[in-house]
Design a protein around this ligand. Structure first.
Ligand code: IMP
Length: 433
């Protein structure tokens, strides 16, 4: 069985918790895209773990965890995360890094900041991790792949060219910044080469064998549909395709082998960084949700923008990804509200829109049309079955199902691993598909 996990909003839906939950029955977990701009939090009996690059399944020793070809890997971060595990007595024997994955080089975060700086008021609000510049270099064919670490002569020649002929002239002439030292970069990366060597592999045979055996494979998407380079609110997007199609190209899993795409949706909406956000809440309710939901970035610590559930966004995500199942997360954060709103369409220049428009100026100026429902005003943290949820809470979930056009199979009712109401197990749904 192959399940793709995708974010259906602007990220931070709680995908890490879903992946952790499903990983127990997985043989293989693959990160197909993104870099250390992502942050997945997993809470287990060993405590809280924050992963930016390691697949969340890493805590299950029986699960092989792959950093796929579509990821951009900052070696410094992956080594720090390996260290974090070792400090708690866990050894990542189960980690594999695709030799085709590209690297975030030490100069990419520098360029990320410089490019954001010159944008001024039009800056994107990136995470400054160098992810966009690394993907840019991949497309320009001047990127470094993880496999390059194993080729010292090639690395030297390529660093001389890329840093000496491309990066340094830009730093000097465009930004008036100091030059990068090619030898120091080479030595730094040869150091990473030694430490990462045991994990670097061609993942093609490994993934094909898993498919041949019909193993349970989980594709762990980072970021989300509205941050997709093509389908998101361009240019306020990330550098990769966090949609289902991107999960296939970022891993080498053929689209024809995917059994289920599971869309993750938060019971309200959040966004980090700039760009249009039609249902954004400014004021007391927004602050209350932000505080209760701990809506501060895992990576940058920035306060997340908060808003009502936007069914136009979620409906669009369900269709772009072909999601046949939904995990609805952080529903407990709404426990104290007496009224809750869901945006079911947008009005713009006298027309009704049921999906986000490609023109982000239209999206910025549209009027969200809301359905208002009563809250449940009860603590749902101990609910484990559908029947345990208050009537108003079930009504809210059913409203979301009918608005987005897909069934809600998993409901997150708290931060812990066990705090789920499972209406249908995604592996069972995948099997039946
Ligand atoms: P970048 O991915 O660092 O280039 O940032 C581009 C945009 O994507 C910014 O608005 C970021 O805040 C946003 N972004 C990137 N990764 C994540 C994520 O994992 N969760 C939420 N937003 C993200």
């Amino acid at each position: 069985m192959v399940i793709i996990i995708v974010g259906g909003q602007w990220g931070d839906e709680g995908k890490g918790k879903v992946i952790d939950y499903l990983s127990e029955q997985a043989h293989l977990v693959i990160r197909p895209q993104g870099g250390n701009n992502a942050g997945h939090t997993v809470i287990t009996e060993h405590g809280e773990f924050k992963f930016q690059l390691l697949p969340s399944g890493i805590l299950y020793p029986q699960v092989t965890c792959v950093i796929g070809n579509g990821v951009v890997v900052d070696p410094r971060v992956v080594l720090k995360e390996i260290e974090q595990l070792r400090e708690r007595g866990l050894e990542p024997h189960n980690l594999v890094i695709s030799e085709r994955a590209h690297m975030v080089m030490s100069y990419h975060p520098i360029f990320d900041r410089l490019e954001e700086g010159v944008r001024g008021d039009d800056r994107l609000g990136t995470t400054w991790r160098g992810v966009g510049p690394a993907y840019g270099d991949k497309v320009r064919r001047i990127g470094f792949r993880i496999g390059d670490l194993q080729k010292e002569v090639f690395m030297r020649k390529k660093i001389d060219f890329v840093v000496g002929q491309v990066k340094n002239p830009i730093l000097d002439k465009l930004y008036g910044e100091p030059q990068l030292d090619t030898e120091a970069i080479l030595q730094e990366y040869l150091g990473y080469a030694r430490e990462l060597d045991p994990y670097i592999k061609d993942t093609f045979p490994l993934i094909q064998s898993a498919l041949d055996r019909s193993d349970n494979v989980l594709l762990e998407g980072a970021q989300a549909t509205m941050l997709d380079l093509d389908f998101g609110t361009y240019p306020y997007v990330t550098g990769s395709n966090p949609t289902a199609g991107g999960a296939c190209t970022g891993s080498g899993i053929p689209p024809t082998r995917v059994d289920l795409t599971l869309g993750c949706l938060k019971a309200y909406t959040t966004r980090v960084g700039y760009g249009p956000f039609p249902t954004e809440l400014e004021g007391a309710i927004g602050d209350q949700i932000r505080e209760r939901g701990h809506e501060f970035g895992t990576v940058t610590g920035r306060a997340r923008r908060v808003g009502w559930f936007d069914a136009c966004v979620a409906r669009y995500a369900v269709r772009v990804n072909g999601a046949a199942s939904i995990a609805l997360l952080k529903l407990d954060i709404l426990d104290e509200l007496d009224r809750i709103k869901v945006c079911s369409s947008y009005e713009f220049r006298g027309e009704t829109h049921r999906h986000p428009m490609a023109n982000i100026s239209h999206l910025k100026h549209c009027e969200p049309q809301y359905v208002e429902v009563p809250g449940w005003e009860a603590d749902i943290g101990s609910a484990r079955r559908w029947e345990d949820l208050p009537r108003a809470c079930r009504d809210y979930i059913e409203l979301i199902e009918s608005e987005v056009g897909a069934p809600v199979d998993l409901i997150g009712v708290g931060p812990r691993r066990d705090q789920f109401v499972e209406r249908r197990n995604p592996w069972t749904r995948a099997k039946a598909a």
